[in-house]
Design a protein around this ligand. Structure first.
Ligand code: NAD
Length: 174
């Protein structure tokens, strides 16, 4: 039984994340994937509009839609800590054990490498198109094409919680 780790903020989860998770399952040589919802303490800001629970819901729905099931994925919300140096130990304390880390985030890669973990980089899937920053910008300027960048079940969930309206209110003045 070999386990992989995949960390993200998922604000919101998009096809880039789901393609990456599919690649990890099919080509990453692991039987299970621990998916960490990072910055779990954050919500209701322009950079982090969604709560950890909302992102959890989006990941479950998106996995079911794109991979047919969320089985084999262990999802864990984890708040940030102020000390990068001990973050890897902190994750080890909170999570089931894992053997290999999949990331394209240079900080995440560096911290795990310094700690002796095997780190692999999943391919970039249309990185310029599938980007959470871009999705939030599209939501803010009223460009409805953001819906094409996430699974439809994720788009429907975001709409059901008034996610776009929340982001636009946060951007407004007093
Ligand atoms: P993210 O949601 O931007 O990305 C998650 C993963 O998906 C990354 O590996 C990214 O490269 C990949 N990805 C995104 N789009 C892709 C695409 N189109 N194709 C292929 N891969 C794609 O999240 P992130 O910013 O990498 O998340 C890191 C999390 O770890 C943050 O929450 C951060 O706060 C946390 N962190 C915390 C500490 C600490 O607490 N001290 C330290 C380091 C990191």
């Amino acid at each position: 039984m070999r386990r992989g780790l995949f960390v993200g903020r998922f604000q919101p989860p998009h096809y880039g994340h789901f393609h990456a998770l599919k690649w990890i399952v099919e080509k990453g040589g692991v039987d299970e994937v621990v998916v960490v919802i990072g910055s779990a303490q954050e919500s209701h800001t322009l950079r982090n509009p969604f709560t950890a629970g909302e992102r959890f819901e989006m990941l479950l729905r998106g996995l079911r839609e794109t991979l047919g099931s969320s089985q084999g994925f262990i999802i864990a919300p984890v708040p940030d800590i102020a000390m990068n140096f001990v973050w890897t130990r902190y994750l080890e304390m909170l999570l089931p054990s894992f053997d290999v880390v999949f990331t394209r985030n240079p900080l995440v890669a560096r911290l795990f490498e310094e700690y002796g973990y095997e780190v692999r980089m999943q391919p970039a899937f249309d990185r310029e198109v599938y980007s959470a920053t871009r999705i939030r910008e599209m939501m803010l300027r009223g460009d409805a094409r953001w819906r094409e960048l996430v699974p439809s079940s994720v788009a429907e969930y975001i709409e059901s919680i008034g996610g776009v309206e929340r982001l636009r209110r946060l951007a407004g003045g007093d």
